[in-house]
Design a protein around this ligand. Structure first.
Ligand code: ADP
Length: 477
């Protein structure tokens, strides 16, 4: 089998490899991908450092052309790359193709942003002096990504990093190297100079740690678990380095008595269980007022009955497998915890076997949960949802905000008053009205507050905040 190698200083390198296994069919090896060392990482950082002066001064047209070319190729290959994504991560083929299209759109967006770079010219308070405010690139950006969006998250970090003139060392998650390799290959062939984008696949504790420990990495953008996020923060403070973290969520979706029942059920089923509940914006807490509670539980469980859990590539599958055995164990452990805590298992909770061996778990709904239970406070990252009954809107809002996290927060209501009040008072980076808490646009800011995120927003024009440093220049003339 071919080994997909690391790209370091413009050369494909590496002979040690790890198997990439399909969670829908654990007999299938998607490919062999390089297992990089700390030495590889150091070499990649050195190559990125050496490439920075020329790339940071490269013309905006060159950056535009390369990013546009990459976006075009991703779009042209959306079905093939979508299938690769579904095979390595386990989300359904339509979801995987949708994510691939989004990656293409992100490259298109930042290809455009490269042509819109601008500064400000402001008069000084002192006569005959002009002030210019411009943005410089940071330098070498370390990109560390998780497994749940194998193409979109790398795209939304790599595209702005390159757009604003930075060079990159990119470390994808161990479980999903294939899409990362594919987009690095596309960008390399699109004409990036040597060393501008380096790919080091390998273990977090080896490759990731070597990035954290390097004084030559000027910024780290990280999406992943809270524990690793804290390590990124601590190491970055040590090196006086800029960092940006996207971590966990325990996103609430409030359902009020006056909600349109169909809209509420669709939104809850989608954001609770699609993508196997493995989205940081998934609704893992449904907070439902008394008047609609029983109707909503009946309609949601009826909807869950209709959802097919099966091989991600099979037509008609709504929910693919859990990503791997470790995550499956986390999910089933929390299902046990929920039972022990006294929540009522209203749907699911069982492993399923299918034609192909994989990590199949029923969508799982706990009712009669309280917001104090561990299943309502800790991020599970699987298709396991707590439903909490509350008296009224005020209790619903207080419960929604009573969490260590703050990424996305949703409400299903037909009341303009409650929707408006919720948008103003939800303690979250993103608020959704009559929509799933997951599913965001690529051209507007993404990010959270409290324990979910740290640092500037990602995506859209707000991405410039992280990937550049503001410079103020004064000229006597
Ligand atoms: P998850 O538990 O969802 O896999 P992690 O935070 O462990 O979340 O993984 C997110 C990313 O962080 C992955 O690319 C992983 O390899 C990387 N990572 C894990 N440990 C470290 C570390 N010590 N230093 C840097 N990166 C790490």
């Amino acid at each position: 089998m071919t080994i997909y190698q690391n790209l370091i200083g413009g050369e494909w390198i590496g002979s040690d490899a790890t198997e990439n296994i399909n969670p829908s069919d654990t007999n299938e090896v998607v490919g062999l991908y390089a297992d990089g060392s700390a030495e590889d990482t150091k070499n990649a950082i050195a190559a990125a450092k050496a490439a920075f002066p020329a790339w940071s001064r490269s013309g905006i047209w060159e950056r535009h052309v390369i990013l546009k070319k990459a976006g075009d190729e991703i779009m042209a290959r959306k079905d093939e790359l979508g299938a690769l994504l579904a095979r390595e991560e386990g989300k359904t083929l339509p979801e995987a193709i949708g994510e691939t299209i989004r990656a293409s759109q992100i490259f298109e967006f930042f290809a455009g942003e490269a042509l819109r770079l601008a500064g400000e010219v402001i008069p000084s308070v002192r006569p005959n002096i002009g002030v210019e405010i411009t943005r410089d690139p940071l330098g070498v950006i370390g990109i560390i990504t998780p497994w749940n969006f194998p193409i979109a998250i790398p795209a939304w970090k790599i595209a702005p990093a390159l757009c604003y003139g930075n060079t990159v060392v990119f470390k994808p998650a161990e479980l999903v190297p294939a899409c990362s390799w594919a987009i690095v290959d596309i960008l390399h062939r699109a004409g990036l100079p040597k060393g501008v984008l380096n790919l080091v696949m390998g273990k977090g504790s080896v490759v990731g740690q070597a990035m954290l420990d390097s004084p030559d990495v000027s910024g780290i953008t990280f999406t992943g678990s809270t524990g690793t996020g804290r390590r990124v923060a601590a190491a970055s403070l040590e090196h006086n380095r800029k960092f940006q973290l996207e971590m966990g969520g325990k996103n609430p979706m409030v359902v009020l008595d006056d909600a349109d029942l169909d809209v509420a059920v669709e939104a809850a089923a989608n954001s609770g269980f699609f993508s196997t509940g493995q989205r940081c914006t998934a609704s893992s807490r449904l907070i439902v007022t008394e008047g609609i509670h029983d109707k909503f539980v009946a309609a949601l469980t009826a909807k869950l009955e209709t959802l097919v859990v099966d091989n991600a590539l099979k037509a008609g599958t709504h929910i693919g497998p859990v990503v791997d055995e470790k995550q499956l164990k986390t999910d089933t452990d929390y299902i046990e915890i929920g039972k022990q805590e006294g929540a009522k298992l209203a749907f699911g909770g069982e492993l399923i076997s299918r034609e192909t061996p994989g990590f199949y778990l029923q969508p799982t709904l706990f009712t009669e949960a309280t917001n104090e239970m561990r299943i309502s406070r800790e991020e599970i990252f699987g298709p396991v949802v707590s439903l909490i009954r509350v008296k009224d809107y005020e209790e619903a809002l207080a419960t929604a905000n009573d969490t260590p996290f703050g990424l996305s927060s949703g409400i299903a209501t037909t009341s303009l008053k409650h929707a408006t009040h919720f948008k103003r008072n939800a303690e979250a980076g993103m608020v959704m009205v009559n929509l799933p808490t997951a599913g965001v646009d690529f051209h507007v800011p993404f990010g959270g507050r409290k324990g979910s995120s740290y640092g500037p927003r990602e995506q859209g024009k707000y991405a410039a905040e992280f990937y550049t440093i503001v410079k103020t220049s004064y000229t006597l003339a």
